[in-house]
Design a protein around this ligand. Structure first.
Ligand SMILES: *Cc1c(COP(=O)(O)O)cnc(C)c1O
Length: 322
C-alpha cells in the first residue's frame, strides 16, 4: 500500500520514569510514543493516516480532499495542511456553527485557507451525512472529491497505525522489551483498529472512549479485522478492550480525572496533554494502573496523539487556571 511522506517519522519513544513511579509502575515500564511530534501544522495521529489517504487520493486522480469533524477537529486542521503540501484543495465540514471568535484549531483552519463548511451541531453520523452531501455537491460541480470519514478512519487511513505498531515494537525491541499494552484515545476508533491489526491481539490495546462515536464496540473489532486483511496480517485475536467511563458528560466535556491526568503528565514529565483526547486517555491509563487492569510490570506505551491546539480553545481557559 502506497504512502505519501507527510510526517516526521519515526516519532520518538520516550521513557516516563517519574510518572511511572508516581503511578506505581515498576522501573522502566511506562513509555510515551510521541505522535504529537509528527509535524504537519502542529502534529498528531492524523499525519500517519493522511500519508496513506493522500497516496490513495493522488492515485485516484482526485483534486479535493473532503472530510469533517467537530469544531476543534485536529483531523480537519491536519487535512488542510496535507492538501496544501500536495497542491490539492480541501473542503472541510465542521459540525458546529461558525464561532464569532475563533480559538484553537479554528485559528489554524483559517490560516491554512481551506474551504470550511459550517453545518451546525450534528451528531456523529449526521456529520458523516454532511460529508457525503458535500462530496455530491463538489462532484456535481465537476470536481473530483476524495472522501475521508471523520478522523480519517477508513481501512486505508488506519494502515498508518499498522506501521506505527511495527515502529514502536522495533523501538522497544532495541531496549530489550516488548509491548504489553498501548493506551490510546478513541474518537473514530481508526487508530485503535490499526494498532490492533499491527500488534495482532486486542488485549494489547486499551482504547479510551472520548465520547464522540456511539458504536466503538462494534466498529473497532470490525475495522481491525478489515485493516489486518488489507495489511496482509492474520486476523487479530482476543476481545476488544475499551474504557467507556472517562468521557464524563460527553465529547470535550471537562472531568476531574482528565484534569488530574493533565497535571500528572505536566508536572512529572513536562508533557502537555489536551483536554479532549489525550487527557482522557491518560485518565484511562491512570485508572487501569490503580485497579490493576494494567499490572505494575506491564510494558505500557501511552500513545500521545497530539491535540495541543484544543487546549487553547476559549472553553478551557478558566478550567485550566483552576
Ligand atoms: C483524532 C484524534 C484521536 C482519536 O483518533 P481516532 O483514530 O479518531 O480514534 C486521538 N487524539 C487526538 C489528539 C486526535 O486528534
Amino acid at each position: 500500500m502506497d504512502r505519501t511522506p507527510l510526517a516526521h517519522l519515526p516519532t520518538p519513544l520516550e521513557r516516563a520514569d517519574r510518572l511511572g513511579a508516581a503511578l506505581g509502575f515498576d522501573d522502566g515500564r511506562l513509555w510515551v510514543k510521541r505522535d504529537d511530534c509528527t509535524g504537519l501544522a502542529g502534529g498528531g495521529n492524523k499525519a500517519r493516516k493522511l500519508e496513506y489517504l493522500c497516496a490513495d487520493a493522488l492515485a485516484q486522480g482526485c483534486d479535493v480532499l473532503v472530510t469533517g469533524g467537530g469544531r476543534q477537529s485536529n483531523h480537519v486542521r491536519m487535512t488542510a495542511a496535507a492538501a496544501n503540501r500536495l497542491g490539492l484543495a480541501a473542503t472541510l465540514v465542521l459540525s458546529s456553527n461558525e464561532p464569532s471568535h475563533p480559538t484553537g484549531n479554528v485559528v489554524l483552519d483559517y490560516l491554512l485557507g481551506a474551504d470550511l463548511v459550517w453545518v451546525g451541531d450534528r451528531d456523529y453520523y449526521g456529520c458523516e451525512a454532511a460529508i457525503d452531501e458535500t462530496c455530491e455537491r463538489l462532484a456535481a460541480e465537476g470536481r473530483r472529491p476524495y472522501r475521508m470519514p471523520i478522523g480519517g478512519a477508513s481501512p486505508v487511513g488506519a494502515m498508518g497505525y499498522v506501521a506505527a505498531a511495527d515502529e514502536v515494537s522495533a523501538q522497544l525491541a532495541a531496549s530489550g522489551a516488548i509491548v504489553d499494552v498501548v493506551v490510546v484515545a478513541d474518537g473514530s476508533g481508526g487508530t485503535h483498529a490499526g494498532l490492533v491489526a499491527g500488534l495482532g491481539d486486542h488485549r494489547r490495546v486499551l482504547g479510551v472512549d472520548v465520547g464522540t462515536r456511539p458504536d466503538l464496540d462494534e466498529q473497532v473489532p470490525a475495522k481491525a479485522t478489515e485493516v489486518a486483511t488489507l495489511a496482509g496480517r492474520a486476523a487479530p485475536t482476543g476481545v476488544v478492550w475499551l474504557d467507556h467511563d472517562r468521557f464524563g458528560d460527553g465529547y470535550g466535556a471537562p472531568t476531574p480525572a482528565c484534569r488530574e491526568a493533565l497535571d500528572l503528565a505536566a508536572r512529572y514529565e513536562g508533557l502537555v496533554l489536551d483536554p479532549v483526547y489525550t487527557g482522557k486517555a491518560m485518565a484511562g491509563l491512570v485508572a487501569a494502573r490503580r485497579d490493576d487492569r494494567i499490572a505494575a510490570d506491564a510494558t505500557t506505551v501511552f500513545l500521545h496523539t497530539g491535540g495541543l491546539p484544543a487546549l487553547f480553545a476559549a472553553a478551557y481557559a478558566d478550567w485550566i487556571r483552576g
